[in-house]
Structure formats: C-alpha cells, structure tokens
Design a protein around this ligand. Structure first.
Ligand SMILES: C[S@@+](CC[C@H](N)C(=O)[O-])C[C@H]1O[C@@H](n2cnc3c(N)ncnc32)[C@H](O)[C@@H]1O
Length: 274
C-alpha cells in the first residue's frame, strides 16, 4: 500500500481452536450503565480530554480496490463496531477466548499489528485506526496470515477508550509513531496528553505495559514529560528516559521515512502502577 498521506503537521503456536470457533459473535458489546467519564486518575494539569480536539484529520487518500473489498467482505469477521457511549465491548466474546490482550492505537497500515499477532498467537490484539485505507490494508494482512487473534476498530481511539473499553482490559498498549503535530498551536492535538495517559492507565491492568516510539525528538521529550509526571505510570528506563528498541518491534513505513530524513527513533516503556 502506498504510504498514507501524512496529516498536516506530520514531519516527516497457532491460535487456539476455541478462538476460531467462537470468534465471529458480534456485536460484542454489552449495554452498560452510562459510561464513566474518563476520570483523569490523578492526571497532571489538564483535567478531562478536550472535546472537539482530535489527534487526526480526516484524510481522503487513495483506497485500492483490494482495500475496498476488504472493508466490505472481511470487516464482518475481524471488525468491531464502535456503538457509542453506553455500549461496552465484551472483549472475551469478541475474541472467543480470554488471553493476554494488546492494544495498538493508530496502527496505520497495520503491518506491525499483523506481524506481532503472528509472532504471539497466545495473545489477542486489538487495533484502532481511523484511516479507512489503512484498516483495509490491515484486514488484507490478517486474511493473508490467517490470524484469529486480531480485531480492528475504525474509530477515534480516544472515544473508543473513553466509552467502549472496560477498566484493566489490556496487558500492553502500543502507540507507535503517533502524529507529532510539530507546530506549537497544534500541540493540543498530540494524542499523548495528561488526561489521555490517565485514561490509558485505567484501561490497562496494574503491572501492564505502555510502549511508545517516535522519531520526532521534541515529541519524544513531550512524551517523557507527560508520562514521567503521571502518578499512574512508572518509567522502566533506569535513567527515567528512553529504553533500547524492543527487538520485537517491527520497522514501520513511517519509521523508515523518518530514518531517511535523518530522524532517530526513541522508544519509551512504562509500567502501570498498582
Ligand atoms: C504517523 S501514523 C503512524 C502509523 C503506524 N503506527 C506506523 O508506525 O506506521 C499515525 C496514525 O495514527 C492514526 N491516528 C491518529 N489519531 C488517532 C486516533 N485518535 N484514533 C485512531 N487512530 C488515530 C492516524 O490515522 C495515522 O494512521
């Protein structure tokens, strides 16, 4: 797939039989009591997530015939609909089993999600992305690899996490090469914010891990500042800064482009405090 247009401001062991049997049950949401607000969990400065400020812009972008087919034909098997406030996802039902669960936010074309899911069949992977061609590309990868441990959502991850995900749902959360929004007036669009990392902490089990990577040095520093100030997360780097690149993390197209531009990728790793 061609690299999706960057948004304005972007520089630059086989799955269990049980999983196969029970997978397609949908909708996998349970009507819930009115969703709890994204309680900031002791977040630093800003209280709640700012409504109307999104970390993405709707991009047109080309969609291939294969991606369109994937969205039409493969979505019913691997896609999970976001049904709005009041509908909490039943993740064990969606995956057809209970297994350690990984969330990838903003998976782009989904190559990382597919590679990791193939590598770790004992884990379930939920990917959230707003860009339809990327979702289509990801669905094609899931089909090609015959994976049963991946589900995808096509919606704003902030809304999904706020309204549709139960507490302590994830063992691991991945935020790789999030849009850096380099201009100062756009910094409010950066997805890594005090309220957002507090929300992520609520949806991650105690002891769970948050991994981030970025090739935009000022955003890396911003992430460090936000996360090191959070009472919910403990930096696993001995010096309180960056960790070595995790060997399992695949190189993405966005990372390759950054490398061509001379940007160095930084990896961050935080553990959810009890
Ligand atoms: C710079 S790209 C990186 C994609 C991928 N992680 C990679 O490394 O190749 C950032 C992606 O995050 C997605 N994104 C941004 N904000 C999002 C949100 N709130 N919910 C879901 N996806 C989002 C964008 O659509 C875009 O595909």
């Amino acid at each position: 797939m061609p690299l999706p247009d960057p948004p304005p401001g972007t520089p630059g062991a086989a799955p269990s039989a049980d999983a196969d049997r029970a997978a397609p049950a949908r909708p996998a949401t349970t009507p819930a009591a009115p969703a709890a607000p994204a309680a900031p969990h002791g977040a630093a400065s800003s209280g709640a997530i700012r409504r109307g400020v999104r970390s993405f812009v709707k991009r047109g972008g080309r969609i291939t015939g294969a991606q369109e087919r994937a969205l039409a034909e493969l979505w019913p098997r691997w896609g999970l609909e976001y049904e709005g406030p009041g509908h909490t996802l039943d993740l064990p039902r969606a995956f057809g089993r209970t297994a350690p669960r990984v969330l990838e936010i903003g998976f782009g074309d989904g190559d990382t999600l597919v590679q990791l899911a193939k590598l770790r069949p004992e884990r379930d992977f939920l990917g959230i992305e707003v860009h339809p061609p990327g979702v289509g590309h990801c669905l094609l990868g899931i089909e090609r690899e015959g994976l049963s441990n991946v589900r995808v959502m096509r919606h704003d991850a902030v809304e999904v996490l706020t309204h549709a995900i139960p507490d302590a749902a994830f063992d691991e959360v991945l935020v790789y090469f999030a849009d850096p929004w380099p201009k100062k007036r756009h910094h409010k669009r950066r997805i890594v914010q005090p309220a957002f990392v507090a929300l992520l902490a609520r949806r991650t089990r105690p002891g769970g891990v948050l991994r981030l990577a970025t090739d935009w040095q000022p955003y890396a520093e911003w992430m460090l500042e936000v996360l090191n100030a959070s009472p919910c997360w403990r930096n696993r780097a001995p010096d309180g800064r960056y960790v070595p690149r995790p060997p399992e993390r695949p190189v993405t197209k966005f990372e390759r482009r950054g490398t061509r531009l001379g940007h160095l990728a930084h990896d961050l790793e935080f553990e959810r405090r009890d």
